[in-house]
Structure formats: C-alpha cells, structure tokens
Design a protein around this ligand. Structure first.
Ligand code: VG1
Ligand code: CO
Length: 587
C-alpha cells in the first residue's frame, strides 16, 4: 500500500455529457486519460463532502472492451486516494440499475456504499475501435448532479498529478470473495470484495413485483414472450429472473451472453437496432405490421435492453409501444404493481422535456404531481429524494421516464430496463386474471389507454455523426431567433412560444440552461431540437415531434405527423446547415 504521485497534464475534452464521459476506447487507453478523469472525480467527490475512507466504493460495468483493465486501475487509484473497501461486480459486470441497487440495498452502517464508478457507454457500440465510458454515482445510487460533474470537468482542466498504488495486487474478479491487503506496517487494511452481479438487484425486483402472478401469466399456454438483451450486461439478470425465478425456458432470453463488443452490434433497443427482435415480433423498422406466413408463431410480448441494461423497448404481437406511451400506461396502471399499491399509491411523476405529454394527461387525471426535467436521469434523483415536495414523507412513490426508451421508479436512482419489462408483465397479469378467458394483449391495453386519454403522436429523428460546428451553428441560430419566431404562423400551426428550455430544480433551486430548443404550438403540438450529450465523437442532432389527437387514435404516426415534420425541417434549415434531411434513426 504505497501510494505514488504521478505527474500529468490536462487532457482536452473530458467534460461529462448527459450520462458520464464517453469516448473511443483508443482515446481512453492513451497515457493518463483514464487516470486524469478518475483523479478529477475523486477530488470533486471529496470536495462535495464525501469521506471516501468510510464505506464502500462500488465498481462495475457493462462488460465492454477495456472494462476489465479500467476496473484494476480504479481500484489502485482508489486505494491511493484513501478508499478502504471496494465492492466489484463478478466478472466486472454490473448493470447501471444494479449499481444503483447495490449502493442502496447492500450492507448496513459504515459498510454501506458512498458511491460508484459505472463503466459504460450504454448503447454505443463496443470493442477496440468503438466506445468506452465512465460515470460516477453518489450515495443514494443517483448519477452525480451537474454541480459535481462541472467540478470534475474543471478539475480535468487543471490537473497536475494523480495518486495510484501501483503495487496493489491485481484482483481476480471472476471469483466471488474478499481480498484483504494490509499495509506493511499493519497500520491500515484495504478489502476488496467481489460480489454477485445480480443478487441485490434481483432480490429488489422480487420485493417490488408479484412474481407468482407474473409466473401464472408466463405459464399460460396462449402466452409467449422473448427478451433480447442484445449481448449486453442484462443477459445474466434476464436469465436469473425469467429462467431461475420464474421457471421459464432459456429460449425466452435472446442474445443473453454479455460480449465485450456486443457481438459487433449496436445494443440499442429501438426499431432500427433491435432488428432480430423486431422481425420476430412481426414488425418492420417503422413499427408497422409485416405480412407473415399463415401459422407462424409470433410472441405475445417482446422486449429489448441496451448494453448497460437501463433501457427498454416494449413490443406486443405486431405492435410497437412508443416509450412515451409506455410511461403513460405504466403510470396509469401503477396500482397493479405491489410496490406502489402497498405504499398508498403513486405520488409523483416526472418526464424529460422532449418526452411526450401522454403521461401529463394521466398525472392530471389521477392527481399526481408532475415534473418536466431536462434530458438525462440525473435530474430525477433530487425529486425522488425530496421530503419538501411531498409533505415531509421519507418515501415517495415515484415513476419517471424518457422518450429514449428509459423508464424507472424510486426503487433505484437510475432507469431500469428489466423493471420496465416486469412492470408491463405485471400489468398484463392483472389484466388477465382468468387463464380460461382470451388474452388481453399489449395492443388492447394501449388502445384502451388512447381511447380514454387521446393519443400523443410522437416521433424522434436522429441525425448521427454530423459536423459538430455546423450543428452547433444551427442550434445557435434557432436560439437567437426564438423571440422573433414566437407568434409566427407556420402552415396550419401558430408558434405560441419558441425558447431554449431552462430548468429550475424545485428542490435546490439550481438552474440548468440551454436544454433544448422548443417550438410550442398554440394547439399543444411541439417541435424540439437538441444536440445529443452522449455522442462519443462528432455530433448528433435530435428532432422531436409531437401532436396530440383527442379522438383520431388509429392513424399511422408518420402520416399523422407528416405536416409537422416538414415544418420542423424548414424551421431548423437542417438542409442548409448540414446538407441533409435524411435521419439515420427514426424512433
Ligand atoms: C440520451 C437520451 C437520454 C438518456 C441518455 C442516457 O442522451 O436522449 O434520454 O438519458 O442518452 O441514456 P442524449 O444527450 O444523447 O440525447 V443511456 O441508456 O445512453 O445511459
Ligand atoms: Co443505457
């Protein structure tokens, strides 16, 4: 245990984005790159008042290339920075929601965790030529708030040295168990425990849902499902829940062995990248039904997860559930889930700004407090942990979600892919109490929801890998024109307000500016533009389109939104700035 101080110099571009720092593996493997960021994080975390010598530091990741090496480096640096106790996911694996669960659920008193490093670039491709990522979560399991990530970035700009114990032994993370290392003079001891990647999270899920009821649904002869974890980290969790706990055949779990390059794929659960599942469910990449040979067996329920297991896509038999609708349906049916029902029902609901207003209609109807936050999960944590907002209660039943296939609740402080899958199965189980009756399907549940609340037609267009300077110029132009655009008529729409979204956190008053250009139409339709904060290189423009229809619920989304999409492309002049109107992904 002999810390040494290594001198270094700042490296450009280490600003954490929407969810941590994501760059090419090659960049991360440069001399001092990872070390600079990790030291800057330790310094920011200590400055925010965390005593890293008490409690445990959790480390785990989505298993992508460089995961294993990064873990050993972080342990050695952690020891040099005063950390005495580590919990490492077995094989270096921990899904993002599982990290949050480990922090919250594991170990009483001084043994509890003070924070975690999560090694993931989520849905970005992995492998030696692809992306790596790292982020820090705090003692409630929540992603570091903006004031901490700002401080981390500031530190990376002025760093002069980092601390590391080069002689600390390399830990074999393949075997559960504890390694104790004593300082030569016996004055201190460090202990590194390799923990089960799945136990804490799966136990938590079992306490939230009614597993026997879900099992009864899955056991029905007329109900089949598949869960595609896309070679990401969620495979072992899926197997544990569906095969071990719920007694289902292995075939339910597709692509369930984690690989360090996600088998060369793009572990992103949407209609474009989850190709294999989408075809199996009888859909095309626009979410439309395809003709299938008579007699072919399509599962009644399909789901997919991303690389780090926090995202979910929900599909019925030849039916796509948009993430914004999925959030609204889960909120409308929250009482089906014991976790909420037994705590006196849901109290709070939150969505990110670009997410459709479908959930707003439910929150209003059922009298839940509603919050609109910037994109990214870090803004939800403060709301869930607030005693002030909800009349001094310690425990606030809360659901939140994003249009980007992320849904979750206050059981952890991250979005949780498998939680969303189980939430849907629980809702289906409650909708189908009698196995002798015909099945009430995913499509039945969603269309009944639209009949009751109306339908928020929604689409997101992504323009990936575009020129950063030009894309920034395009956004800047819309920001400076916002006032002038307010009041204008475009086609059959009148722009009631154009602005760049600013969020004031209702709990601590912190202000987050420049969170997305909004065109809010008089009839409630919306057009939104943002630059992605997770792109590893280049830039990604996101264009979000929403139009509410109280009665016409059976149109094709692309047709319902046709006019508004044309208007959006003109308002931003993407053709002028970037020379294209063709998105790379539509969801
Ligand atoms: C994207 C999504 C956002 C999500 C974030 C992290 O961010 O739009 O909703 O919270 O990814 O998810 P951006 O800035 O690229 O739009 V994950 O599963 O990539 O950690
Ligand atoms: Co993710």
């Amino acid at each position: 245990l002999c810390p040494i101080i290594v001198s270094t110099t700042p490296i450009d571009g280490q600003k954490p984005g929407t969810s941590g720092l994501r760059k090419k593996v090659k960049e991360f493997m440069q001399e001092n790159y990872l070390e600079n960021f990790v030291q800057s994080t330790f310094d920011a975390v200590k400055a925010s008042g965390t005593d890293v010598t008490k409690g445990s530091l959790v480390i785990g990741g989505d298993g992508r290339y460089f995961n294993d090496k990064a873990i050993q480096t972080i342990i050695k640096m952690g020891v040099a920075n005063g950390v005495k106790r580590f919990w490492i996911g077995q094989d270096g694996l921990l899904s993002t929601p599982a990290v949050s669960a480990v922090i919250r659920e594991r170990g009483p008193g001084w043994q509890s965790a003070f924070g975690a490093f999560i090694l993931t670039a989520s849905h970005n491709p992995g492998g030696p030529d692809e992306d790596f990522g790292i982020k820090y979560n705090g003692e409630h399991g929540q992603p570091a708030p903006e004031k901490v990530t700002d401080e981390i970035y500031a530190n990376t700009c002025s760093i002069k040295s980092y601390k590391i114990c080069k002689d600390f032994p390399t830990i074999d993370v393949s075997i559960p168990g504890t390694t104790n290392v004593k300082a030569d003079d016996g004055s201190s001891e460090v202990n590194v425990e390799v923990i089960s990647a799945t136990d804490n999270h799966v136990e938590l899920l079992k306490s939230i849902f009614d597993f026997p009821a879900i099992k009864a649904l899955l056991d029905r002869k007329d109900f089949t499902m598949v869960y595609d974890t896309m070679y990401g980290v969620n495979g072992p969790y899926a197997k544990k829940v569906f095969v071990e706990e719920l007694g289902q055949p292995e075939e339910i779990c597709m692509n369930a062995t984690p690989m360090d390059d996600f088998n060369g794929g793009h572990a992103d659960p949407n209609l474009t990248y989850a190709k294999e599942l989408v075809a199996k469910m009888g859909l095309d990449r626009n979410g439309m039904k395809i003709d299938v040979p008579a007699g072919s067996k399509i599962p009644d329920f399909g789901a997919a997860a991303d690389g780090d297991g926090d995202r979910n896509m929900i599909l019925g038999k030849q039916f796509f559930v948009s993430p914004s609708d999925s959030l609204a349906v889960i909120v409308a049916n929250a009482d089906a889930i014991p976790f909420f029902r037994t705590q006196g029902g849901l109290k709070g609901v939150a969505r990110s700004m670009p997410t459709s207003g479908a959930v707003d209609l439910v929150a209003k109807d059922l009298n839940y407090s509603l919050f609109e936050t910037p994109t990214g999960w870090k803004y939800f944590g403060n709301l869930m942990d607030s005693k002030e907002l909800f009349g001094g209660e310690d425990y606030t039943p809360f659901i939140c979600g994003e249009e980007s296939f992320g849904t979750g609740s206050n059981h952890v402080r991250e979005k949780d892919g498998i939680w969303a899958v189980l939430a849907w199965l629980q809702i289906l189980a409650v909708a189908n109490p009698d196995a002798t009756q015909p099945l009430t399907t995913v499509e039945d549940i969603v269309t009944a929801h639209w009949r009751k609340y109306g339908r928020n037609y929604y689409s997101r267009w992504d323009f990936e890998g575009v020129d950063k300077v030009k894309a920034t110029a395009m956004i800047d132009k819309m920001r400076s024109d916002a006032e002038a655009n307010t009041g204008k008529t475009v086609g059959k729409y009148k722009i009631a307000k154009a602005d760049d979204f600013t969020y004031v956190d209702p709990v601590d008053g912190s202000v987050s500016k420049n969170q997305g250009i909004r065109f809010l139409m008089e009839d409630g339709s919306r057009i939104i533009f943002r630059l992605s904060g997770t792109a590893g290189s280049g830039a990604t423009v996101r264009m979000y389109i929403e139009q509410y229809e109280p009665e016409k619920i059976d149109m094709v989304a692309s047709e319902a939104l046709g006019d508004l999409i044309r208007i959006a492309l003109d308002l931003c002049d993407i053709n002028g700035f970037l020379g294209t109107e063709e998105p790379t992904v539509i969801t």
